[in-house]
Write a protein that binds this ligand. Structure first.
Ligand SMILES: C[S@@+](CC[C@H](N)C(=O)[O-])C[C@H]1O[C@@H](n2cnc3c(N)ncnc32)[C@H](O)[C@@H]1O
Length: 387
């Protein structure tokens, strides 16, 4: 997977950390993982046996919007049980397709790693992966060996180089698991979509030592489940370049398939969001005040609404609560915390530590660890009316 962005747990700053590094948007990021693993190492995860590979062949049809959002209804039976099947999808290898309507916030995968690897090691990556794979659960090992891979060394025959194949599989499929990297054979079948095209997000939970995948938006029966492999708040050209280099495909998701004018508008919004995040982080070193910081969060929210980019909203709202609490604005801190609860719940589940933590701020803003660190100020609450 792409260059490492370890999925550490949310790190909050200590109460005295009003210094330059105290930037909510860098300190409190929910690592909603476009995580990746350095190309140098590789790994996999513990197979949960309910993952079914039906090998169904679907003929995709373009959606009514004309974008490359496929629905795969013709061959797909409705299911009351598993929310998805693994299916062969045109031009993508395998992928996950919804076998029933899935509600926003629903947990769709909970999976333990087959094995994890440290993000740096003195052992040869090829030897490391082969050793861990040999020691892994046999069902999981079989699932691992069926996963797809790209960037196999030129001139090598895969059949006679199984250790290199295992490394390539790891590199294509591993994601961050806390401070380690791991492969999760079920979730590894998730294909990529950019910006508003991805509809599920995954989080690593330290407590459970498992990966959780939640629906970011409602998903209809027959729709493909898509996650994101990278920070897609970048232009189409930049995204495509990255995905082509790291994963060997040209992205034709609904956002990458927009016509030139619509794509330009989307690029402008996504670039604007990134710039606003940069501006927001300068609150940490005092370059902007609390009112400006909150105004910036509201602007990000609005641009994201226009773009349909819904990811990382729990963290953004929690940043609002942090800033409001720092400036001793209890009503605003409470409102931002309530918004963070809503989005953290969607993105990571109601029983996630992030939700439990921000619930305390909603009920007792004065108890927030940043309370009163900055000058008292009415900074303001969220302008959003909801989703
Ligand atoms: C982690 S795997 C995802 C599952 C994979 N499709 C399979 O068959 O196992 C990553 C690989 O899937 C393919 N892929 C993912 N997203 C795609 C997309 N939007 N369009 C085309 N191929 C995609 C690429 O080949 C990529 O290297």
């Amino acid at each position: 997977m792409p260059p490492a962005r370890p999925a550490k747990r949310q790190r909050r700053l200590p109460p005295d950390a009003a210094a330059a590094e105290e930037t909510p948007s860098t300190s409190s990021r929910l690592r909603l993982l476009w995580l990746a693993v350095p190309a140098i190492i590789a790994g996999l995860a513990f197979y949960v046996a309910s993952g079914r590979e039906l090998g169904v062949d679907f003929t995709g049809a373009n959606s009514a919007s004309g974008a490359a959002e496929y629905t795969y209804l013709p061959a797909l039976k409705k299911s009351n049980r598993d929310p998805f099947v693994v299916a062969d999808l045109p031009g993508k290898g395998k992928g996950l397709v919804a076998t029933r309507d899935i509600k926003q916030g629903e947990l769709v995968i909970q999976e333990s790693p087959l094995f994890t690897v440290p993000t740096s090691t003195s052992e040869s990556p090829t030897a490391l992966i082969s050793r861990l794979l040999a020691a892994a659960d046999p069902v999981g090992r079989a699932a691992f060996l069926k996963l797809s891979y790209v960037h196999f060394p030129e001139g090598l025959d895969p059949e006679s180089n199984p250790a290199e194949v295992a490394l390539a599989i790891f590199q294509t499929n591993a994601v961050a698991a806390g401070d380690q990297a791991g492969v999760f054979p079920r979730m590894a079948r998730l294909n990529h979509g950019c910006s508003r095209a991805f509809n599920v997000v995954y989080t690593w939970r330290e407590r459970e030592q498992q990966l959780f995948v939640h629906a970011l938006r409602n998903i209809s029966w027959g729709q493909e489940l898509l996650t994101t492999y990278t920070d897609t708040k970048r232009t189409r050209r930049e995204r495509r370049e990255f995905l082509s280099q790291q994963y060997g495909f040209k992205c034709t998701c609904a956002v990458c398939s927009l016509d030139a004018a619509a794509s330009k508008d989307s690029d402008r919004r996504l670039t604007g969001i990134t710039q606003l995040y940069g501006h927001l982080s300068s609150w940490g070193n005092g370059a902007i005040g609390g009112v400006e910081a909150i105004r910036t969060i509201n602007e990000i929210w609005k641009l994201e609404d226009e773009e349909g980019y819904w990811s990382e909203r729990g963290r953004l709202a929690a940043d609002g609560a942090w800033i409001a609490a720092s400036h001793s604005d209890a009503p605003a801190a409470r409102l931002w915390a309530q918004l963070a609860i809503k989005w953290y719940t969607i993105e990571a589940g109601a029983d996630n530590d992030l939700v439990l933590d921000i619930e305390r701020t909603a009920s007792d803003p004065q108890g927030h660890r940043a309370w009163g660190l900055r000058e008292p100020l009415a900074v303001g609450g969220p302008l959003t009316q909801g989703v």
